[in-house]
Design a protein around this ligand. Sequence first.
Ligand code: PAF
Length: 281
Amino acid sequence: MDVLRRVADARAFRASVPGSLGFVPTLGALHAGHGSLVERAVRERAAAIASLFVNPTQFGPGEDLAAYPRREAEDLAFLERLGCSAVFVPSVEEMYPPGDDTRVQPGAIAARLEGAARPGHLTGVATVVTKLFAVVRPDVAYFGQKDFQQLRVVQALAGDLRLGVRVVGCPTVRDEDGLALSSRNAYLSADERRAALALPRGLFAARADWERGERDPKRLADRVRQHAAALALEYVSVADPLTLAELTRAAERAVISLAARVGRARLIDNVLLGMDVSELV
Ligand code: PAF
């Protein structure tokens, strides 16, 4: 597996791949959720490349940029075992050289939910993903459903900016007890982790209500809130999965998403109603 630290090296790698290239961008601290994306890229494309980069522009003041887990050696070994052909591991200066101040501003889809709770976060994501796509020039990029709004922002920017990259959404990977895998789960104590199970349980209960015919977004959100009553929920949203506009009736397709603080971790999760993440392009 090639470990590429410079933009020029990543471009040379791309030029050496004759066939279709799959890309999995990450912040590192890899887990089985990332593993499922890399496995898919390896399986479906001629070559797969991942990136490890803790992107400073997507962390707001007071967020966990400094504390974010960094485990480069373990991540490289993990990616090599999965059959990744290359990994791009740039420094902050390589991605944001002195004088860099161009930013990619996502549209209305980024206004609510994470965009409102974390001002600037989705602009930082859109900016770094655009840069990574420009350097790596993949044919297909794989993103997890867990960061649902991020997935939709990246799908929109790839289409709107005509980047020529197909952005594929892949199902959330969960622990056996239902908790969505996240690098930030590492911040949870055993008690907090147990308490956090109320989040997937609430989402699954709301989805079961919807499957039994409940179409009122308020009642669906209330079901999540009942389960997570002991936690500090930031939001529960029942929205259109394409635009993320809040629904007045969850008639056909919807996404229920939430954010909550559990201890010092901020967790997000979601379930789709009436559709599968693979249907989003
Ligand atoms: O989801 C992530 O890991 C990050 O937001 C991403 C897409 C790699 C951009 O830094």
